[in-house]
Design a protein around this ligand. Structure first.
Ligand SMILES: NC(=O)c1ccc[n+]([C@@H]2O[C@H](COP(=O)([O-])OP(=O)(O)OC[C@H]3O[C@@H](n4cnc5c(N)ncnc54)[C@H](O)[C@@H]3O)[C@@H](O)[C@H]2O)c1
Length: 605
């Protein structure tokens, strides 16, 4: 018969234990909490008090319910108090010797039927389980921080786990309002194994001065809809914990992409552990505060001395670097990105010249534009007059020479280097001196476009996100030859168009794709290894990390062919063995399973 847990022990009432105790008590379960001494006990109860008081002040919990919740928590410093519990959750610090000692004591104290669960993030459950006399009843329950908020619990089974134990724990997790995914015993389980490679990659980007911490974080928030950027998230997790988790994952993967970035070690050694100490990648108002006090906005043009600074500036960007005046923007192309950029530019008050290869393509874009603006009018965001004025600002032509009076020309044609280079040479022949030439490429080197012209100092990357009307991010990519005032100007134009520009160097994948696609590829490798299925992996990342989509859902939307092409580009640029495309991804693309567009990718649509 399934076990109904009416009384659960929680050993260690720190960040996680206190949160777990709160969740259990809130669901009507009696909790026996155990701490080391009176001082740590008071601190642990303080965590619960603070968290529940906040829930009351936000109207999410009544005072009476809070008092009842506290009535169900029996806390002390004697481990023997948990002896009568059907389940004991261990949440002491992430040190194998501490965990082993607690589990040995619990094993001696508790009847043989008691289930012992460890909340470890990275240690081997098998090793912990086999150190007791009841390995079939020792499992991992990996909660996410903050436990009262995050919806996921990973239940970790070993080769000896009793299936009935898993069923009981899944039922308990559901009962307390969380989502359970069951996974095998592998370092990092599902969510951390995928998340930490990505986080480490972000630290390496910062370490290489590739982009600022603010821009790296903003890129993932505005480009991928993540609730937090990777560096702010590391500060929340704690850099010491992150170091340990990466180290454990590295020891099983042996992939140096998981070897903790040296900068992490430096920060940990300096005592900069993130929010909890008030300083990590960012500085906070106080220890445990979430208020960042030293954020810098992304205005600074790279001061690497690579720009030629030949601007004929009449204005100044926020960084003080002169900008060139931009009134008329030329857009070359008629695809999804071109249409979106035309709409954004025209709605922001720029005169737009659209250059297409034929009259029917012009008619297509006009239709798309009218249809899209109709939707904006229907939502009450613009008036009919504004719609008419926006359309009136867009001129169309099939003649490239008609772009001669444009101040900024944005190329958004097919992602093919030869096509883009040929086009840049043609633009070079017609654009006026001083005009800025931008490419929207998402994976080709901007410098290749620049060197196809006689004016590489005027060429810059402007990587918009799809749909351009909605997505706030624009990655601005100066090459080693781009003039500073060109970079400053496109930063200003992006801001004037209501976007959040970030600045990065001309490297494959820029910020977002370089962080996102190795992660997607890792998810495919995890699937391929039969560690977890599509549903479990998507659920873990969506519920455990609050991503808007799981990796397979996202790959199906992006297109498996596009995903593979970007992964290949990254692999070729960085020659990282860990970036090699997952064979399963290649096979699916070969089979024609490209995602939503072919109605079959990782899922059938
Ligand atoms: N912090 C996170 O984001 C996170 C997320 C998921 C899992 N985890 C895992 O949860 C576990 C706990 O992490 P945390 O962040 O809550 O750590 P923490 O340091 O905040 O809390 C640990 C608590 O255990 C107490 N303790 C130590 N030894 C004890 C003992 N012998 N008996 C009773 N209490 C004892 C400490 O006084 C402390 O209050 C670790 O295994 C960690 O890897 C952490």
């Amino acid at each position: 018969m399934a076990q109904d847990f009416t009384k659960v022990g929680v050993v260690g009432l720190g960040t996680m234990g206190a949160g777990i105790a709160e969740v259990l008590a809130r669901a009507g379960i009696d909790v026996v909490g155990v701490e080391l001494n009176d001082e740590t006990l008071a601190r642990g109860l303080g965590h619960i008090r603070h968290s529940t008081d906040r829930a009351v002040s936000r109207g999410k919990l009544t005072e009476a319910d809070r008092d009842a919740l506290f009535g169900r928590i029996h806390a002390g410093t004697e481990l023997s108090a948990v002896a009568g519990c059907g389940l004991v959750v261990e949440a002491v610090p992430e040190r194998i010797e501490d965990k082993r000692a607690v589990l040995a004591e619990l094993d001696a104290l508790c009847p043989s039927g008691t289930i012992i669960a460890t909340n470890t993030s990275s240690l081997s459950i098998t090793e912990l389980a086999t150190g007791t006399s009841r390995p079939s009843r020792v499992v991992g329950t990996h909660w996410f921080n903050p436990a009262p908020v995050m919806g996921l619990v990973e239940i970790i089974r070993t080769v000896v786990t009793d299936p009935a134990v898993l069923a009981d724990l899944e039922a308990l997790v559901t009962k307390v309002g969380k989502t359970a995914v069951v996974a095998g015993d592998r370092a990092g389980f599902i969510a951390n194994a995928l998340l930490f490679g990505y986080l480490n990659n972000a630290v390496r980007m910062l370490e290489a001065h590739y982009a600022t911490r603010e821009d790296i974080d903003a890129a993932m928030r505005f480009g991928c809809g993540h609730p937090m950027g990777p560096l702010a998230l590391l500060d929340l997790i704690g850099l010491d914990a992150a170091y340990e988790i990466l180290d454990s994952i590295y020891h099983t993967s042996r992939d140096h992409l998981h070897a903790p970035a040296p900068l992490l070690k430096q920060l940990v050694t300096a005592g900069m552990l993130g929010r909890k100490t008030g300083r990590g990648f960012y500085t906070y108002a106080a220890p445990d505060s979430s208020e960042i006090v030293d954020a810098v906005t992304s205005d600074s043009v790279p001061s690497s001395g690579t720009g030629t600074g030949t601007g004929t500036g009449t204005g100044a960007g926020r960084s003080g670097v002169p900008t060139r005046p931009v009134r008329t923007i030329g857009v070359i192309g008629t695809g999804t990105m071109a249409s979106g950029i035309i709409e954004v530019a025209a709605r922001s008050g720029y005169d737009v010249v659209l250059r297409a290869r034929g009259e029917e393509k012009i008619a297509d874009v006009r239709k798309k534009l009218e249809w899209s603006l109709d939707k904006v009018v229907a939502k009450g965001r613009i008036t009919l007059d504004e719609r008419a004025a926006t359309l009136a600002r867009v001129r169309a032509t099939t003649d490239l020479a008609a772009l001669a009076d444009c101040d900024l020309i944005i190329e958004a044609v097919v992602e093919d280097l030869e096509v883009k280079r040929a086009l840049f040479a043609e633009i070079d022949a017609v654009a006026r001196p001083g005009a800025i030439l931008a490419t929207t490429t998402s994976s080709l080197p901007v410098i290749e476009c620049a060197t196809a012209t006689s004016r590489p100092q005027d060429v810059v990357g402007m990587h918009w996100f799809n749909p351009a009307q909605v997505m706030r991010l624009v990655e601005i990519v100066p090459t080693v030859l781009t003039a500073d005032d060109v970079t400053a100007t496109v930063l200003e134009v992006a801001r004037a168009a209501g976007k959040h520009p970030v600045l990065c160097a001309d490297r494959a994948g820029f910020i977002v794709n370089a962080l996102l696609f190795p992660y997607l590829n890792d998810a495919v490798k995890m699937l391929e290894a039969h560690y977890a299925d599509v549903e479990a992996i998507d659920t873990a990342m969506k519920v455990g990390c609050a991503h808007p989509m799981g990796p397979f859902e996202l790959a199906d939307v992006v297109g498996l062919d596009v995903t593979l092409a970007i992964v290949r580009t990254l692999y070729l640029e960085f020659r990282e063995p860990g970036y090699a495309p997952a064979p399963l991804l290649e096979h699916l693309v070969k089979a024609g399973y490209l995602g939503r567009k072919t109605r079959r990718g990782f899922r059938v649509h």
